[in-house]
Design a protein around this ligand. Structure first.
Ligand SMILES: *Cc1c(COP(=O)(O)O)cnc(C)c1O
Length: 488
């Protein structure tokens, strides 16, 4: 207990002390009893650097050329603020530039500023979501926000979940939970069903789970890129009749190339009928359930046993922000709890470190919470509206012309290729056109989909305006003539 004469442990910031750069330890850790102007200078310098990086984004290309890297290894003597900031700036010159309006290649939008601040504060607090005594308020925030999000996307009352460092990990955890809940741990012949367009992280999950590649059974998609529910029904019946145990069906709400949504309600009915766990990989699409006006795009999401959500993908929450949400979150503890013999018991049921695969975890929930609070429900809806609006505009510009085959789905992703080109033709066209676009400050990606290279636009960047979409479509349509005229 502090004596009455001692200063209170928590106080308003004091005037900077004159002891420039010298802390109680002689090392650059924050001084616990006085505001250190050197530390404050570094924080302010870094935030100025970031501010100018944001505000000059339009003058740099989305994808910078190779830049000279700063020195890597620590020198014998540590460096001061100015040198640190100069090296930081040097690295930032070579960074991918998501804030450029032409950054349309991937599911990596500009960050919400409150979520940047959330990351900074989470790092400063340096709490650990492993155990409640290492993150008292943040553990409670995490549980409460996961419950709110789970119910907000339509899961039943009492649902909840856990954050994970990325959707790949959320998907892996979902399958490990499903296998455990179905009593199939250690059963080598168990299988997982998904569509042919499902995310590559599922194949990775098979490896981690010790299952052979053939344990992932992919079902054909229809012309719109959605899992064929009739085929799924046949496959489930076939597996039943051969006594092959099924760990889960993974339906995708937003495929990575075109944003297709599998028929969730029909798949849920089949899962119910066969007693199979339904995991929905909603890394792209689940956030659309947060707005009344967009929820229809993921109808049936509420019937899932578990859902992967990636707020890092469209909402602009800084990386990484992914969650695994479950209708029955107690399944997490049932699967992952080991006891944490070196920790005080959890007061709310289960420590963070026993709710998933990760042990020590940063407070990723903080940037999600701050970002969502900053946006508000109206802001969330506006982000979704903007993305869908841009996709509609681009689709209108491209598809109306007839020279491009345009593949879309329910969200803000479009993939396209010129009509009538073979494999080599698509490969050449996509490489040339991507380079042409990059020279104009427009960056698309070049996925190989169903054996052909496409160009793909992800319209989640709020800075992209009509004028950018118009130049994009002019270049794309022009490239079709060239492609048609060139051999191959
Ligand atoms: C991005 C994505 C993932 C993986 O998420 P990461 O955060 O990159 O690990 C999983 N599923 C789908 C459909 C995705 O688009």
């Amino acid at each position: 207990m502090p004596s009455p004469n001692e200063p209170p442990l928590v106080s308003v910031p004091q005037a900077p002390s004159p002891r420039q750069g010298i802390t109680t330890t002689g090392l650059p850790f924050p001084d616990p009893q006085a505001l250190d102007p050197d530390l404050q200078g570094l924080l302010q310098g870094a935030s100025a650097l970031l501010g100018s990086w944001f505000s000059s984004a339009i003058h740099q290309p989305p994808l910078p050329g190779l830049a000279i890297q700063p020195p890597v290894a620590p020198g014998l003597r540590g460096i001061g603020n100015n040198a640190l900031l100069a090296e930081l700036q040097q690295l930032m010159v070579g960074a991918y530039n998501p804030n450029h309006p032409g950054a349309l290649a991937h599911l990596d939008p500009p960050p919400l500023i409150a979520s940047v601040v959330g990351d900074l504060i989470a790092a400063g607090l340096n709490n650990n979501l492993l155990a409640e005594e290492l993150s008292p308020s943040l553990s409670r925030l995490e549980k409460a926000l996961c419950s709110w999000l789970a119910e907000a996307i339509g899961l039943p009352p009492g649902s909840g979940g856990v954050p994970a460092s990325g959707g790949s990990l959320s998907n892996l955890m979902a399958l490990v939970v499903a296998r455990h809940q179905r009593g199939l741990d250690g059963v080598g012949e168990a299988v997982v069903l998904c569509s042919a367009d499902a995310h590559v992280s599922l194949a990775k999950a098979m490896r981690v789970m010790g299952l052979p590649p053939g344990a992932l059974r992919s079902i054909a998609v229809d012309d719109a890129g959605r899992l064929d529910a009739t085929r799924l029904g046949e496959e489930l019946a076939d597996l039943d009749s051969h006594g092959v145990p099924v760990i889960a069906v993974v339906a995708t709400a937003g495929t990575t190339v075109r944003g297709a949504v599998d028929p969730l309600a029909a798949i849920a009915a089949l899962c119910h009928q066969h007693g199979v766990w339904l995991h929905v990989d909603g890394a792209i699409g689940a956030v659309f359930a947060l707005a009344d006006s967009h929820r229809h795009r993921v109808a049936g999401l509420d019937l899932a046993d578990s859902v992967t959500v990636n707020p890092q993908k469209l909402l602009g929450i800084t990386k990484t922000s992914s969650l695994l949400l479950l209708a029955s979150p107690a399944a997490l503890g049932a699967t992952f709890a080991t006891g944490l013999p070196y920790m005080e018991p959890s007061r709310v049921g289960c420590h963070g470190g026993e709710s998933g695969l990760q042990g020590t975890r940063p407070a990723e929930v903080l940037k999600l919470w701050l970002g969502l609070r900053q946006l508000g429900l109206e802001g969330i809806a506006a982000v979704l509206d903007g993305a869908i609006g841009r996709r509609r505009q681009l689709e209108h510009l491209l598809a109306g012309d007839g020279r491009l085959r345009v593949l879309g789905g329910s969200f803000h992703l479009l993939a396209f290729r010129p009509e009538g080109l073979d494999r080599d033709g698509c490969d050449l066209w996509s490489q040339r056109t991507r380079q042409l676009l990059l020279r104009e400050g427009l960056m698309l990606s070049r996925p190989n989909y169903q054996g052909l290279h496409h160009l793909k636009a992800v319209l989640g960047n709020p800075h992209t305006g009509s004028e950018h979409l118009e130049s994009l479509s002019a270049i794309l349509l022009g490239s079709c003539d060239e492609a048609a005229g060139s051999p191959g």
